[in-house]
Design a binder for this molecule. Structure first.
Ligand code: GLN
Length: 303
């Protein structure tokens, strides 16, 4: 199947809506300055076909999409022992919510909400050079060097009061082994990573190939681990909107407040959309519409 004309059509159809609705994330000052009127889409198939349209090569802040890669590193470092530190249920509340942590004794519901990613990051800080490892993994997966955006990381560190609260709260339950400042420094840097849609479509390739590296074929994760990441993306990857995403799109997805969303069609392809203006749930408004158009037009869904 040739995807290039379809991606161009999706961008052309949605372009008139750019800047009309949704809000760029403003609680991180460095993100509030990103121009809203941008839209990109890119995909890479298991056979190596690539297609991309719109602002598909513009780097953006991957934000919570990084939680996919911290989870991947955590699964590799700890194996099944990771699940002693983190749950696997949808939270049904906002990605930065504190409410469940109190009644659930500081155990985060899943690795894709902030509390969960902070808990995984704590394990990585204990096990390896967490900040170096994620850049090495991503640069290797997409075949190009990937960097932190120090301005965004500093902006988050200066205003990330909820994340500081989440980390301290978990620490009070004995759930974090390391110094809160060290763990949050790694977490904020992970969120600040800049990548384009095309780089993310390439880098996530192991998730549609049973864990095999998109270029070398080496196992990034085992087949079982890759299947589990996809299951968690479907149930928890878009926060409180995961049910709506399954209903409208029907693919495992992971979003970030930078406006990016990655999606997996198992055994076929990975794709990434980006448009900075968000819905109240924290997911990209036009990115969601672009994914919906893609699955409606191609019939590619896991259902
Ligand atoms: N860096 C953001 C935060 O911690 C990530 C949230 C997101 O992308 N949903 O609040």
């Amino acid at each position: 199947m040739l995807f290039q004309p379809l991606l161009e059509e999706i961008v052309a159809t949605l372009r008139p809506e750019l800047g009309r609705a949704g809000q760029v994330a403003s609680y991180i000052p460095a993100l509030a300055r990103v121009p809203a009127a941008q839209l990109g889409i890119a995909l890479r198939t298991c056979d190596g076909e690539e297609a991309h349209a719109g602002d598909s090569m513009t780097p953006f802040s991957i934000q919570s999409i990084s939680k996919l890669f911290t989870l991947t590193l955590g699964m590799r470092e700890l194996g099944d022992a990771l699940w002693e530190h983190i749950g696997r249920e949808p939270s049904g509340s906002a990605f930065n919510s504190l409410v469940q942590l109190e009644s659930e004794h500081g155990l985060p519901r899943n690795p894709f909400i902030n509390a969960g990613a902070i808990a995984v990051t704590d394990r990585l800080v204990s096990a390896c050079d967490a900040k170096a490892e994620i850049l090495t993994l991503l640069s290797d997966l997409c075949g190009e060097p990937v960097y932190f955006d120090e301005e965004v990381a500093a902006s988050e560190a200066a205003t990330g009061f909820r994340n500081v609260a989440l980390a301290n709260f978990m620490k009070s339950f004995g759930r974090l082994d390391n110094d809160v400042g060290t763990v949050l420094d790694a977490y904020f840097h992970d969120c600040s990573i800049r990548m384009s849609c095309l780089q993310l479509a390439r880098a996530t390739g192991y998730l549609c190939r049973d864990g095999a590296h998109p270029y070398t074929g080496m196992q990034v994760l085992t087949e079982r681990q890759a299947r589990r990441v996809n299951a968690l993306m479907l149930t928890c990857g878009t926060y409180d909107a995961a049910g709506e995403f399954a209903f409208r799109i029907g693919l495992p997805c992971k979003s970030g407040v930078g406006g990016g969303i990655v999606a997996v069609v198992p055994d076929r392809l990975t794709l990434c959309v980006w448009s900075p203006a968000l819905e109240p749930s924290g997911n990209s408004l036009l990115g969601t519409k672009a994914l919906e158009m893609f699955t409606a037009r191609t019939g590619l869904s896991i259902f």
